[in-house]
Design a protein around this ligand. Structure first.
Ligand SMILES: *Cc1c(COP(=O)(O)O)cnc(C)c1O
Length: 421
């Protein structure tokens, strides 16, 4: 096989140096951002393959260009596997990422100006769920629900009240910063009462649903489910729309030609492999371990006095209110943890009084460290390092000792697909 690295190194030493830098960063630190993961070597191979050369506008058997024998085959495999893994009647694997995936759904099943009921951004909703700064927030009339004040539960009475008052065309659940599993059946009930469609955006937890560790909204009779493919699912960057057969035509047409042009067939091929790997005992064990690791990490942080939003976790994610816990904003906390090679992200908390770039908390999760092979006992270690770093007051001697501990752990657990140094 052609050695692409050697060619790149001689063509563009600047970009090559940055690639090596990023490899080192991923090798030497622990990735705790809950939306990130280390993908499979097979996915890296396909993303860098000649499938990227091919234009495949249209769908298998109905393309606008010739030469589709192999692209048709991989897209069919991806769709069939997606339907099997998520128990869905139809799958579209062409969305270029999570945001266009959600846009394609809205534009496909509701009209501009129509009402969509979705979670408030500061309570865990995604930008594409109608944030005023997103184009979607301007095109549709988003009505926002919130979690309950004390324990962050989803308030179904409030959702029912808002649904009856505003008559949404679409009821949306599934979040980007919500550390609990979701009971999908009541959403379906409320939507049925007002004649709305149901959509679950499971972008964060798609892998955990595929692995059978969390509830599947399709089992609760949801009409539409969307998920990114690069978060807990461990695949390439991309998005997928799963739906009942009766929405297949509308949603396919909405993705192409409605919103996008040629699909990224290198990513589609990589999604096919990802779904094959998701349908294994090993992946089901992985999904379970992600949850056990999150619980172990949350319990360790709580034992150190941390204030967790909703009081804990029942999925892969933990949101810490560092402002109320340590009088430290999320940016300061994120930077302090960077200094000990733990990567997290600053995060707004429900009804956050602070601005988004200096919010009250941080968000973390266990999909990536679990991919590296870490178990509960390692989460106890990580949680302890974290709490000590956050309470170090920036003392460089303390931080340097903690950094060495993280280094030792990263050497013990190599990143799949990256040669050890
Ligand atoms: C990550 C995410 C998205 C968007 O995915 P991108 O690939 O970043 O565009 C959409 N919805 C939710 C709930 C997400 O967590």
């Amino acid at each position: 096989m052609t050695n692409y690295r050697d060619i790149l190194k001689s063509t563009d030493p600047d970009v090559f140096a940055n690639l090596c830098g990023e490899e080192d960063r991923q090798r030497d630190g622990l990735e705790l951002i809950p939306s990130e993961n280390y993908t499979y070597p097979e996915v890296l191979a396909l993303l860098g393959s000649v499938f990227t050369n091919k234009y495949s506008e249209g769908y298998p058997g109905r393309r606008y260009y010739g030469g589709q024998e192999f692209t048709d085959a991989v897209e069919r495999l991806a769709r069939e596997r997606a339907c099997k893994v998520f128990r869905a009647e139809h799958a579209n694997v062409q969305p270029l990422s999570g945001s266009p995936m959600n846009q394609a759904v809205y534009l496909g099943v509701v009209d501009p100006g129509d009402t969509i009921l979705a979670m408030d951004l500061s309570h865990g909703g995604h930008l594409t769920h109608g944030s005023p700064v997103s184009h979607m927030g301007k095109l549709f009339n988003f009505v926002r629900y919130k979690t309950t004040h004390n324990q962050g539960a989803i308030d179904m009475d409030e959702i029912r009240r808002l649904a009856k008052e505003h008559n949404p065309k679409l009821v949306l659940c599934g979040y980007t910063s919500y550390p609990r599993d979701i009971d999908y059946a009541p959403f379906k009930e409320v939507a049925d009462e007002v004649g709305a469609l149901t959509m679950a955006d499971v972008s964060h937890v798609g892998g955990l649903i595929a692995g059978g560790a969390l509830e599947n909204p399709m089992d609760a009779g949801f009409d539409i489910m969307t998920t990114t493919t690069h978060k807990s699912l461990r695949g390439p960057r991309g998005g997928m729309i799963l739906c009942k057969k009766k929405y297949a035509k509308k949603l396919d047409a909405s993705v192409f030609p409605g919103l996008q042009g040629g699909p990224h067939m290198n990513a589609v091929a990589a999604i096919a492999v990802t779904l094959k790997l998701a349908d294994t005992v090993e992946f089901r064990d992985y999904a379970q371990q992600v949850l056990q690791n999150a619980t172990a990490l949350a319990n360790t942080l709580i034992a150190h006095g941390a204030h967790l939003v909703t009081g804990g976790t029942s999925n892969h994610m933990i949101v810490i209110n560092t402002k109320t816990w340590l009088d430290m904003d999320g940016r300061q906390a994120e930077e302090m943890l960077d200094r000990v090679l733990l990567t997290t992200n600053k995060q707004i908390t429900p009804d956050d009084p602070l601005p988004p770039l200096r919010p009250s908390g941080i968000r973390l999760g266990t999909p990536a460290v679990t991919t590296r092979g870490m178990k509960e006992e390692h989460m106890v270690e990580v949680g302890t390092i974290m709490a000590e770093a956050l309470q170090s007051g920036g003392d460089e001697t303390k931080l340097s000792a903690l950094r060495s501990k993280v280094k030792q752990m990263t050497e013990q657990f190599p990143v799949p697909g990256l040669e050890p140094r």
